[in-house]
Structures are given as C-alpha cells and as structure tokens.
Design a protein around this ligand. Structure first.
Ligand SMILES: NC(=O)c1ccc[n+]([C@@H]2O[C@H](COP(=O)([O-])OP(=O)(O)OC[C@H]3O[C@@H](n4cnc5c(N)ncnc54)[C@H](O)[C@@H]3O)[C@@H](O)[C@H]2O)c1
Ligand SMILES: O[C@H]1[C@H](O)[C@@H](O)[C@H](O)[C@@H](O)[C@H]1O
Length: 339
C-alpha cells in the first residue's frame, strides 16, 4: 500500500506532555508536522502554535479535528478529557495516539472500546511509552527466547522526586502504577487478576494525608506474582527499575549505570530527575512508530483493550487501597478486534 504524505497532527492539550510532543514532532520525528494545537487555555495554545510553522491554535478539539489539514490526533489533555476527544476523533475516522491513561475509569474505557468496535477497526494507540524503552525492549526479547524459563515473579521500583501538592493517595495507583500494570501484562503476556495495596508509614516528606510510599502486589492468570514499590516523594531522583525472576535465572533493568565516574576518592554517577529525561528515547520511538504506522494505514502498539484492562486493574487497586485487603479484577470478554 502506498505510504501517505506528511502527516498533519492535531495535538490536543499543550501542557507539559503536549508541548514536549509538539517539540518532538517538529525536531525529532520524520514524516509528520504539527497542523493544529488545541487547549482550553487559548493563550497557551497560541504560544505553542507559534513554535510550529503553519500551525493553527484552537480551543475546541472538534474544530481542530474537522480541519482539512488534520490527518491524525495526539491527545495530551488530562485523563478525564480523553473520552470526549477520542469519540470526536472516531467520528472523523482519525487515527489517535492517546497519552495514558486511556480514560480514568473502566466504565468510560469500555464506552471508548464499544465506540471503536462500532467503527469496526482499530484507530487508537495508547501512550504506554515504556514498551518503546530500549531496556524494556531488551528484557522482553530475552524473555521471549525462553532461555530463562518461565517468569515467576516481577519486582518493580517506581520513584519520583516529588509529587504535586494536590496529589491524592489514589493517584499513586492511577497515574504512576498504571505503567507497571501495562508493563506486567505486556512483558509476561498475562492478565492481572487481583491487586493488594499495602501502605507503610507515610514519609514525612509526603504532603499531608498522602499515603506515600505504597507497596502494590498483582496476581496474574499465569500464576506470577508481581510487586511494585511506588514512592512519589523520594527526593533524590526519578527511578524505574524492574527485575524478572524466572525458573533458570533473573534479569534486571533500570540501574541507570550508563556512566560511572571516579573522582576525589568516590565512584558514582547521576540519577535522572524526571520522566522526560529517563524516557526521552522511549517517547521518541513511540511517536515515530505511531507516525510510520499511521502513514502506512496501520494501527499497532498498546490498544484500547490494553487501556481498558489497565483501567480495570486501577479500579481494583484503588478498592484495595481504600478498603484494605485483596481486590479482584473484573474484565469483560476480550472482543475479536483486540485478539
Ligand atoms: N507517558 C507519560 O510518561 C506521561 C507523563 C506525564 C503525563 N502523561 C499524561 O499526559 C496527559 C497530560 O499530562 P500533562 O502532565 O501534560 O498535564 P498538564 O496539566 O501539564 O497539561 C494538560 C493541558 O491540557 C489542557 N486541557 C485541559 N482540558 C482540556 C480539554 N478538554 N481540551 C484540550 N486541552 C485541555 C490544559 O489547559 C493543559 O494545558 C495526561 O493524560 C497524563 O497522564 C503521560
Ligand atoms: O504522570 C506521570 C508519568 O506517567 C510518569 O511516567 C510516571 O513515572 C509518574 O509517576 C506519573 O506521575
């Protein structure tokens, strides 16, 4: 099939991620241009539009998606605004790269799933960027060789320097552990069936009433047990680490030892401070993959089913956090479109 010409992308939401994706499309990605930006904050949209040649600023996503020079949509507005933007994109038959989460809860994710099924073909790639990170890709390839035997356990650490002052305890699950939910399903090829959240004494550095850190345990339908330490006010850096324990060996990523320095009687290195630094390559690869696939009229990568399944796991996680104990995950039957 002939490849489409340069893809005109509308970026919806021009905050931290949206503005970074606009820069990426302009400076890093080939085969795409920013045709439109949308933000409910008109001044912000205008300021970001001014950085891209021939880009129009909008405040209404529907108006941008109706524009003749828009061929695809990148959604980087806050999670609660994703459903409306996705449904509008479906009305126009536009392919979408939607930042995580697909939507903030399983019911709305299911509505998006039903709407995409009505369209009759996949349109959405969900922005679970860790699937494009070089270290995670190496880990996945190693597991696929079968050399290590079957995976039994997966240990994860996910640390952020500091949370925003308005963070609530469930956001550690919905905004952060959401990535380990996707990574678990993708790396192991198994669904998560139950979640247990344990809360140690909160760090004195966490804002008032925030239960930080949390220790989250997943059980999977393949019999694996997965743990996640999530600590969003660790103070010292941004760290994402994973170790898979298999029958014949283990494999660990995320040590961040790309460069080790020796100086003044000490050895060491630096720790990334933020996800835009740690996952810069992953975001670049994610976006280029989406552009290339879209230009070839294909949709690959994390699907609406993945977004829905993770939303259901998040709900179980929040139930366990709020009510204590182990919460089971309920999923509808997987439709053929996502087989
Ligand atoms: N993949 C990752 O690692 C990663 C990292 C950070 C954020 N995210 C996700 O990216 C999305 C955006 O996060 P952010 O940190 O950039 O947020 P942000 O608050 O910095 O920016 C959001 C922007 O969207 C605008 N907005 C709000 N409602 C809108 C609507 N209905 N239509 C258009 N614009 C609207 C806001 O005015 C703001 O400019 C979220 O879904 C978030 O979870 C993903
Ligand atoms: O929204 C961000 C983002 O998703 C990061 O990738 C994650 O590490 C953070 O914990 C979260 O707050």
């Amino acid at each position: 099939m002939a490849q489409r010409g340069t893809l005109g992308v509308a970026v919806v939401g021009t905050g931290k991620m949206g503005a970074d994706h606009v820069r990426r499309i302009q400076e890093v990605t080939s085969g795409a241009r920013v045709a439109a930006v949308v933000d409910v904050d008109a001044e912000r949209a205008k300021a970001v539009a001014a950085r891209a040649d021939g880009c129009t600023a909008y405040t209404d996503p529907a108006a941008a998606m109706a524009a003749a020079d828009v061929d695809a949509v990148l959604i980087a507005s806050p999670g609660p605004a994703h459903e409306a933007a996705l449904l509008t994109a479906f009305e126009h038959g536009l392919p979408v790269l939607c930042e995580k989460p697909l939507t903030p809860d399983a019911a709305s994710a299911l509505r998006v799933l039903e709407a995409e099924r009505k369209v009759g073909r996949r349109l959405v790639q969900v922005g679970f960027m860790r699937r494009y990170d070089a270290e995670y890709l190496r880990l996945k390839s190693l597991l696929e060789t079968g050399q290590l035997g079957r995976p039994l356990m997966l240990h994860n650490r996910h640390r952020n320097v500091a949370s925003a002052p308005d963070w609530r305890s469930e956001m550690l699950i919905n905004d952060s552990v959401v990535h380990e939910m996707d990574v678990t399903r993708w790396l192991l090829g198994q669904e998560i069936t139950a979640v247990t959240v344990l809360c140690p004494r909160p760090s004195a550095n966490a804002p008032d009433a925030l239960r930080d850190p949390q220790f989250v345990v997943f059980e999977t339908d393949g019999g694996a047990v997965v743990d996640v330490e999530i600590f969003v006010n660790c103070g010292f850096g941004y760290q994402v680490q994973a170790e898979v324990v298999c029958e014949r060996g283990t494999a660990r990523i995320g040590e961040g030892h790309a460069m080790v320095t020796n100086m003044a009687g000490r050895w060491g290195g630096t720790i990334a401070q933020d996800f835009t630094e740690r996952f810069a390559d992953a975001y670049d690869r994610e976006l280029q993959t989406w552009v290339d696939a879209t230009r070839a009229d294909e949709v690959i990568g994390p699907s609406v089913w993945d977004g829905y399944a993770v939303a259901a796991v998040c709900e179980a996680g929040v139930r366990s956090l709020e009510e204590g104990g182990r919460a089971e995950v309920e999923l509808v039957e997987r439709p053929g479109l996502y087989a």
